[in-house]
Design a protein around this ligand. Structure first.
Ligand code: OOG
Ligand code: NI
Length: 267
């Protein structure tokens, strides 16, 4: 387990940058050299007993995080929870899992073959959350997974790592709206995920979000390599609740489309 939140997020950030080079450029574009405050990071997993959401969450609970909201994505067969740290400047964490029992026997068979390759001690390891894919996978199995679930294909290819970091637009000095952030990004040549519109959510649901389309990285398969969507960068603007405090939850209808930032078909 990590002894410090900062050390964990620094390791997550470095592993994320390795497959998401545009994140560093966006950081410079929006931050203008100043530190960026991250709203949240997100992780993906299978709900297999050896690798489920709770195995990832344990690392955050040990660092003082508390479990908060839960979210259901029926069409994508996903379940998610978010966690918050008592220090509001520490990023929130969003962890989702694919509900394997709702998937086809073929998908379940391939995933069982991946999970069987995982060492017992993996999930307790300090570097589990940025250990990448702990299994070997052939390209045909990747294609079978991705055809049924883009999420399963991405997870099989990229494994355990921050799937995205999220800029807290509330903390940016030079931008006060998500529209302004989006237009600066587009002007600089970055492509946004426009599934459900470039801006997901509204002031009415107390959260507006946008995201880039994932970068592309080379993934090694047992029988070759392929360039696939890797990770993306998200932008979040939060609005105050009636009590004056900023809303800290997520919005399932918006999250549903943010997941699609790694879809192979979008790039
Ligand atoms: C998570 C998508 C949801 C949000 O902020 O609503 C999300 C993912 O793509 O794994 O990040
Ligand atoms: Ni997110």
């Amino acid at each position: 387990m990590h002894t410090s939140v900062n050390a964990l997020f620094e390791a997550l950030w470095q592993h994320y940058l390795a497959v998401t080079p545009s994140a560093l450029k966006i950081h410079q574009l929006l931050g203008g050299g100043e530190a960026i405050v991250n709203d949240h990071v997100a992780f993906r997993t299978f709900n297999h007993p050896r690798l489920g959401l709770d195995k990832l969450a344990a690392h955050f609970l040990a660092l003082g995080y508390e479990q908060k909201g839960e979210y259901h994505f029926e069409a994508k067969k996903l379940y998610a929870r978010h966690y918050e740290h008592p220090d509001p400047t520490v990023p929130k964490v969003f962890i989702s899992e694919l509900l394997l029992e709702q998937c086809s026997p073929e998908l379940q068979r391939i995933v069982a073959g991946l999970v069987a390759q995982v060492d017992d001690g993996l999930t307790a390891r300090e570097d589990f959350l940025y250990s990448g894919a702990p299994w070997r996978l052939c390209y045909a199995d990747y294609q079978t997974l991705a055809a049924e679930s883009e999420y399963a294909g991405w997870l099989a290819a990229y494994g355990y790592r921050a799937n995205h970091f999220t800029v807290s637009v509330n903390h940016l000095k030079d931008y006060d709206s998500l529209e302004a952030v989006n237009s600066a990004l587009k002007q600089a040549g970055f492509r946004l995920n426009d599934a459900g519109g470039e801006i997901k959510g509204s002031p009415g649901v107390l959260l507006e979000q946008s995201s880039t389309l994932a970068d592309t990285a080379l993934v090694q398969f047992t029988d070759g390599e392929a360039a696939l969507p890797s990770c993306f960068y998200e932008f979040a603007l939060r609005y105050p609740k009636p009590d004056g405090e900023l809303y800290t939850g997520f919005v399932a209808a918006s999250a549903d489309r943010i997941f699609e930032s790694t879809d192979a078909g979008r790039g």
